[in-house]
Design a protein around this ligand. Structure first.
Ligand SMILES: C[S@@+](CC[C@H](N)C(=O)[O-])C[C@H]1O[C@@H](n2cnc3c(N)ncnc32)[C@H](O)[C@@H]1O
Length: 217
């Protein structure tokens, strides 16, 4: 799908595609009110709409991403409400049947998240989990009865922790898909740091992406 992507907006990648594959194959968006948290170009939001969502809402911290997602929804003639803001905050009074997210999850050299740099798209703090953990704890409050969350991230930031965070939030979570991908330029550049911290094996230059589905118990 052609997507307008201004500078500073995340280029939909293999993580985006894996989540879209699961969304399609599972029919999770059909007839659902869908929220896409950290929408970037709107790739997941548009995919949900094309899969038959009843409504689609998207949020991003970055003004350029909000503009891109809005423009892409118009270009593809998809109804999508786009908000600028921090994770679930702009839609805190609403309920959704499905929340999808491809959050920033790459371990970085510090816990400082720079909201006005493109690193905002991938840096997740020292362990990669700052935004991921917030989605696991803040997302469930927005779920309507029978609702579900679908997240994608790298196994480098430990899928067992995500399962535990969801359990702590009262959700039953499971791995729905795994896909091994060769490191891109960013992960290659951080490989030595990841090795030194024991987050990857020595010489490892690929990672597993995981899609996790979670719903209230
Ligand atoms: C990995 S990108 C994913 C973009 C898109 N969903 C995709 O899969 O192609 C993460 C997105 O989260 C956004 N983001 C980062 N921190 C955020 C926050 N605190 N609140 C909302 N969005 C945030 C970034 O601007 C970026 O667009």
């Amino acid at each position: 799908m052609f997507l307008v992507r201004p500078p500073g907006v995340y280029h939909a990648d293999s993580d985006t595609s894996l989540l879209i594959d699961v969304l399609r194959a599972g029919g999770y968006a059909v007839g659902r009110r869908v929220l896409d948290v950290g929408t970037g170009t709107g790739a997941l939001a548009l995919a949900a709409a094309r899969c038959g969502a009843a409504s689609v809402t998207a949020v991003d911290l970055s003004l350029r991403s909000v503009a891109a997602a809005w423009l892409n929804s118009r270009l593809h003639r998809v109804a999508c409400t786009v908000h600028r803001g921090d994770l679930c905050e702009p839609v805190a009074s609403q309920s959704f049947d499905l929340i999808v997210a491809n959050p920033p999850y790459v371990p970085a050299s510090s816990d400082v998240l720079r909201r006005h740099r493109i690193s905002r798209c991938w840096d997740g703090g020292l362990d990669g989990r700052i935004i991921l953990d917030r989605i696991c704890t803040e997302g469930p409050a927005l779920l309507a009865p029978g609702g579900m969350m679908l997240l994608v991230h790298s196994a480098v930031c430990d899928e067992d922790i995500t399962l535990k965070r969801f359990a702590d939030s009262g959700l039953q979570a499971e791995i729905l898909a795994r896909s091994r991908v060769v490191f891109g330029p960013l992960m290659r550049a951080r490989a030595a740091m990841l090795e030194a911290r024991g987050l990857i094996e020595r010489g490892q230059r690929d990672e597993e992406l995981v899609v996790i589905g979670a719903h209230p118990r």
